[in-house]
Design a protein around this ligand. Sequence first.
Ligand code: 5AD
Ligand code: SF4
Length: 463
Amino acid sequence: MIEEIQILNNKSAAQKPRAVEISETTNGFNVYIETYGCQMNVNDSEIVAGILAQSGFGITDKIDNSNVILLNTCSVRDNAEAKIFKRLEQLRFYRKQNSKLLVGILGCMAERLRGKLVGHQDLVSIVVGPDEYRKVPEMIEQSMNGEVGIAVKLSRVETYDDIIPLRTQGISAWLSIIRGCDKFCTYCVVPYTRGRERSKPFPVVIKELIDLYELGYKEVTLLGQNVNSYIDMENKVDFAKLLVECAKAVPSMRIRYTTSHPYDMTDELIEAMASHHNICNYIHLPVQSGSDRILQMMNRHYTVEHYLDRMRKIKELIPNCSLSTDIITGFPTETEDDHKATMDLMAEVRYDGAYMFNYSPRSKTKAYMMEDDVTPDVKGRRLTEIIEQQNKISRELNEAEHGLIHEVLIEGTSKKNKNEWQGRTDTNKVVIFDNYEQNYKIGQTITCKITRSTSGTLFGDVV
Ligand code: 5AD
Ligand code: SF4
């Protein structure tokens, strides 16, 4: 049965496990970090790599060269955790080759499962939650002496604002500006694994941004579980103001942000996007369901009417803004009518893309107390219906792009065909174009006329 799918042409690097950038060892440890889950985790791995590199640890992107393997994990759905348990089984192979190999679990699963992970597969000796990454170097050293280490305290203040992340070289950087979540949606484990909301001070965000510009990055994505509830009380800066200040500080850089909550999608924020050319015209605004009854049970703090009003405002002020969302099917008590309301909402908004998931009960959450009463068959069928409808809409919206001209930031060669280039529009759509013989450079912006498309990709010619 399908359990989740994304129909998007912005499949992020976070979808596949990924290693971070390389750094030489001075203390004999070579650490390989594999990242699962959301973009916050991708940036957290860069933070861990930064902390380790500062203490003399080597960071390698080749698992065979490593003597420490860290998995940065996700707990949001059961299948995310199942993937890690499978991976641990595979890692036994590396342990057989090197009995001194250390394996650690970082991130949300570490926070959620804690001691239960220690010794798993006779393998895991380090367990570190999202707010304790400063301890990773000493824990690796202690674990070398046979000790087992767990650090899973959540913090109300930790933002790692003095740590320089060891970023994967490229043109696009992640910058986390707020950690944790205070929304407590009833299905979601994040408030328990990542703790309370806390924002990075405004001057620190601007400094990091300017540093990224000076390092040659062309695009930055401001990150947070609820990025638009950012608030720096001391400097009186909310998210709309922060976005404007970021856009002004680096006018030639593209600024993106994710993920926002409909409750905090203010007029000021939409106006800020509309009035600054370098704030990208793309919004990921998870709706989760199109039924008011389910939204209330989910504790989402908005109604369908409020959500649609936000969409109208966005379309009014930013007519070419592309939109994506998250949907959960089969939340407890979801009826055919609730499901139809979700289908109707998606048909009304006409998202460019969507991440769609079957509901997965998570212990500790409020919904966990409710009976998971939508059968797997019904969940699967509803998910398929949503996916098919979204596929059709994505295809139609991409077809409507034929003949249009976009500025495309070149990201590299196409993954499918090394003789083609791949870039991204301001609206976050992937564009493939050939002209390989031209000596384009990664990070260069070119103008492309869209000639054809699929539901997930645009194809164009340079003009
Ligand atoms: N089951 C299914 N999907 C979930 N999400 C969060 N928690 C769950 C869960 N228990 C989805 C939401 C959220 C996205 C990151 O993951 O759609 O927006
Ligand atoms: Fe989870 Fe809701 Fe917070 Fe998003 S807003 S991280 S879905 S609790």
